[in-house]
Design a protein around this ligand. Structure first.
Ligand code: HEM
Length: 396
């Protein structure tokens, strides 16, 4: 058996969960056709996510890179920074996205959701993907970074034109890097000038990084703009996928929508069950730093390991009815939707606020929604697909 976690067919045809169930029971660590291994069970994945010295995070395959390029230390994305510096930079992410920093975020997201729904409700129809799920995460991150609202549109534009994940030095592009880096360099320079002039500015994520010190040393401009770029890479499309999964499911399951709208305590378990059942990130990648044996399978130094989060979230040894979408799980947060171990997602609180607010506004404003007859809908989970979710909408 083998499994290709990055097969583009999954976006169109859906993730083959029955195949994954067979892999979990017959060959839980199986080869990946891209050369390497696919881990399918919760037990193996918990080990790989925890043992970061042996299974090191490497983003090259996700960014479509061969993994052989040498990146200067200042340009490493958070996940790739070796310990102990990784843990120290991570603390800066954690403090920037800590609950007290997100005090006003629910209000911002709620306002944004209302603005997005207004024209769709007036028209009686709309695309819940491009018109709702897609703009919310980028607008929210731009707001937290203290940037004007058009920054959110820019983040989306750079993701569609393929420059979002580029690094300085990528062959064929401007040596100073992709446009998002120039944009952040400018925003940083502006804040440095304000600080030098003694001006008071409200705290934002960029100022948070600018004022931070590690062992008494401030971050360089290159480090700051690299991490800002990574926040957009890591935080926008993942949250977009969660929001589109939620909107899609509520659109297709009228009973669920009515139940959740009537009982708002169910919104948080709905979001968690979506993260489990329809994990936005179906797989993440590790690279073996040494020869290692995992449950009888020998892996060599340099081997790529695909960590099957989506499969672990359906592991029958962990969950009753793993393929059933249920709102009554004993511990709704017991899933790997945000990863685990030292690289667990530092944006989870933010993503949860966005998802809960987006569902609440749908429930507040929409009396009924239904699928458009004859329209083709993407599979659930649709992962990173950008297919539309056309809906007929009736306002309350
Ligand atoms: C529903 C939304 C989200 C999902 C499903 C998600 C999922 C994940 C997962 C699975 C990981 C672990 C990756 C690994 O171990 O290789 C991760 C890490 C990360 N996420 Fe999220 N994420 C979401 C939202 C966000 C947001 C909003 C931000 C920030 C603005 C963010 C920033 C990060 C960063 C920086 C890391 C790397 C952490 C590290 O390596 O220490 N994520 N995320």
């Amino acid at each position: 058996m083998e499994f290709d976690a990055r097969d583009p067919a999954h976006e169109i045809e859906g993730v083959p969960f029955p195949t994954l169930a067979r892999i979990r029971s017959q060959e839980p660590i199986c080869p990946s056709p891209t050369g390497g291994w696919y881990l399918s069970t919760r037990r193996h994945i918990d080990t790989a996510l925890k043992e970061v010295e042996t299974f090191v995070a490497d983003l090259a395959p996700m960014a479509g890179l061969p993994g052989t390029e040498v990146v200067p230390p200042e340009e490493l994305f958070l996940s790739e920074i070796p310990e102990p510096r990784h843990g120290r930079i991570r603390r800066l992410y954690n403090s920037n996205f800590a609950p007290h920093r997100l005090r006003n975020t629910e209000e911002f997201v709620t306002r944004t959701c209302h603005q997005l729904l207004d024209p769709m409700l007036a028209a009686g129809e709309g695309d819940l993907h491009a018109g709702y799920a897609m703009p919310i995460p980028s607008a929210t991150l731009a707001d937290l970074m203290g940037l004007p609202s058009e920054a959110g549109d820019k983040f989306m534009g750079w993701s569609f034109d393929g420059t979002l994940m580029q690094r300085p030095g990528t062959p064929g592009i401007n040596p100073s890097g992709p446009p998002i880096l120039d944009y952040f360099r400018e925003a940083l320079a502006e804040r440095r000038a304000s600080a030098a002039a003694g001006e008071e500015r409200p705290h934002d994520v960029i100022i948070g990084l600018m004022d931070a010190e590690i062992d008494g040393v401030a971050l360089s401009d290159a480090e700051i703009v690299t991490q800002l770029q990574f926040m957009v890479m890591a935080g926008v499309h993942t949250t977009r996928a969660l929001l589109v999964h939620l909107a899609h499911r509520l659109l297709r399951d009228r009973d669920l929508f009515e139940r959740v709208a009537a009982e708002r305590d169910l919104v948080a378990p709905l979001v968690e069950e979506s993260l489990r059942h329809d994990a936005p990130v179906q797989a993440t990648t590790r690279r073996c730093t040494r020869r290692v044996e995992l449950d009888g399978v020998e892996m060599q130094a340099g081997d790529w390991v695909e960590v099957g989060i989506g499969s672990a979230n359906r592991d029958e040894t962990v969950y009753d009815d793993p393929d059933v979408f249920r709102l009554d799980r004993d511990d709704p947060r017991d899933h790997l939707g945000f990863g685990g171990g030292p690289h667990i997602c530092p944006g989870a609180t933010l993503a949860r606020i966005e998802a809960i607010s987006a569902v609440n506004v749908l429930c507040d404003r929409v009396a009924e929604m239904s699928a458009v007859e004859g329209a083709t809908y993407p599979p659930l989970p649709g992962g990173m697909s950008h297919l539309p979710i056309p809906a007929r909408l009736t306002a309350k």
